[in-house]
Design a protein around this ligand. Structure first.
Ligand SMILES: [Zn+2]
Length: 142
């Protein structure tokens, strides 16, 4: 993920969360707790709880508002659009993708990881906390 996108995700999490003093268990929207004057504050994401840092909040917001990409399905769809022909064997016909997938699963898996790298380098997919998202959908949140 590029640093600009990372910063935008942090800004999103800052916007959606509220500073929270865990010792007094109250919100501290000003950035300093009114009761104990601490500025060592967690972030509260309403409906999700509170914790230090923003990465967990980013992950929670994305999980709630976006559908992660099923990589295997997306790769298969992409291959189907490239190899739409039918393969004839004897009296049977199969679609090329199913044949490739079943006849050489290692080559299939290799091609899938190359495709995934390519999608990421072309900025169409991005991985956030172990899940892949379509960048254009993610940017619509920002
Ligand atoms: Zn406090």
């Amino acid at each position: 993920m590029n640093s600009e996108l990372q910063q935008q995700l942090r800004n999103l999490a800052l916007k959606r969360t509220i500073p929270f003093c865990y010792s007094c268990y109250q919100r501290a929207p000003a950035g300093v707790c009114k009761s104990c004057h601490s500025d060592d504050l967690m972030r509260l994401l309403p409906g999700h709880g509170c914790d230090y840092g923003l990465d967990w909040a980013i992950a929670a917001i994305l999980r709630e508002e976006l559908t992660p990409v099923d990589i295997e399905e997306a790769f298969e769809d992409s291959m189907r659009s490239c190899y739409s022909e039918e393969v004839h064997v004897g009296w049977m016909s199969f679609d090329a993708v199913s044949v490739m997938k079943e006849m050489d699963p290692i080559s299939w898996a290799l091609a899938m990881s190359e495709w995934l790298e390519e999608e990421q380098s072309m900025n169409s997919l991005v991985m956030v906390e172990d899940r892949y998202y379509v960048i254009s959908e993610l940017k619509a949140l920002l």
